[in-house]
Ligand binder design. Structure first.
Ligand code: SF4
Length: 312
């Protein structure tokens, strides 16, 4: 079955998901949301039945708490850094292409859930801006999730980036393989292999339980091409805000050849404030004491106009 067919099987109907997970009849469901339910079956199968507190479920189920607290629609001030609606220039030497608004899943804590995505396009304007700015050595492919693009569109984009001599690195930010590892198909691997620039993957993952052997084996196919895979985690209340859960996650990652890169404080986005938990000294010190250095991510938060991530 192709990844696109698998994606079509995602849960998008809350009643259907509630029945599948045997959720209690009267749960605090968010009836209307501009950011709809979107959950791959693979992840749904990892959720325990009749348990609203399940940490995977909490990341995807729209609940009333989203309307209880205020936050920002654009917490990291993307709008201030737009060169075009598809191109952001925030940090020195790097630009980020917002490739698409589509994702394999809709995470309730997503800081771009209110972004005004524009669809389609061949990124010609963005490629022209990139080619004219010789200070740019790295291009980040983000979104949404860049692996939502078809292989054809990704191939054309990477071929065009390969024509820009000062671009030395291309970084994919993705959560797609966590939901649909079948996305790492032969054609995609060939596209990566042919890319002359160094590619780096940043996998977004919040729990050890999100991983499984299909996912790690798909990621190993990428790693075999000489592509480093680092990971990024958001600290979320009721999901992974304990020493035990984070320790298990980071050790599981390194046991599978994945390097923990960032542990992020939540971006204060409207709709996700019930997930907020501040990174605190005791938790960071305990992680530091219990993990080998290579399993310890950098603890960071994003401050809108800082020159880089703020280390905590
Ligand atoms: S996969 Fe990433 S971009 Fe997509 S909804 Fe989740 S956090 Fe947002």
């Amino acid at each position: 079955m192709s990844w696109k067919s698998i994606q079509k099987e995602n849960f998008t109907d809350i009643e259907e998901l509630a029945a599948f997970l045997e959720l209690p009849y009267a749960f605090p469901l968010l009836k209307k949301s501009k950011f709809p339910l979107n959950l791959p079956r693979r992840l749904a199968l990892k959720i325990s039945k009749n348990n609203l507190e399940d940490p995977i479920l909490r990341q995807f189920l729209p609940i009333e708490d989203e309307n209880r607290h205020s936050g920002y629609t654009d917490p990291v001030q993307d709008a201030s850094f737009q060169k075009t609606s598809h191109l952001l220039h925030k940090y020195a030497g790097r630009m980020l292409i917002v490739t698409t608004g589509a994702c394999a899943m809709n995470c309730r804590f997503c800081f771009r859930q209110n972004y005004e995505y524009s669809s389609g396009g061949d990124f010609s304007k963005e490629l022209e801006i990139l080619s004219q700015d010789e200070t740019i050595e790295e291009v980040l492919l983000s979104g949404g999730d860049p692996l939502s693009l078809s292989n054809r569109r990704l191939r054309i984009l990477l071929e065009n980036l390969a024509k820009i001599p000062h671009v030395k690195r291309i970084r994919f930010h993705t959560r797609f393989p966590v939901g649909i590892p079948e996305r790492i198909d032969g054609e995609f691997l060939t596209i990566l292999e042919k890319c002359p620039q160094q590619i780096i993957f940043i996998l977004h993952i919040n729990l050890a339980e999100e991983l499984d052997p299909d996912i790690t084996s798909a990621l190993k196919k990428i790693a075999r091409l000489g592509i480093p895979i680092l990971t990024q985690t958001v600290l979320l209340r009721g999901v992974n805000d304990s020493l035990e859960v984070l320790k298990k996650l980071f050790l599981t990652l390194v046991n599978n050849g994945l390097i923990p890169y960032y542990l992020h404080q939540l971006d204060p986005v409207q709709g996700a404030m019930h997930f907020e938990v501040l990174l605190h000294k005791e938790l960071l010190e305990a992680l530091h004491a219990e993990l080998p250095g290579y399993a310890l991510p950098r603890f960071v938060k994003e401050e809108p106009f800082a020159k880089g991530k703020t280390l905590l």
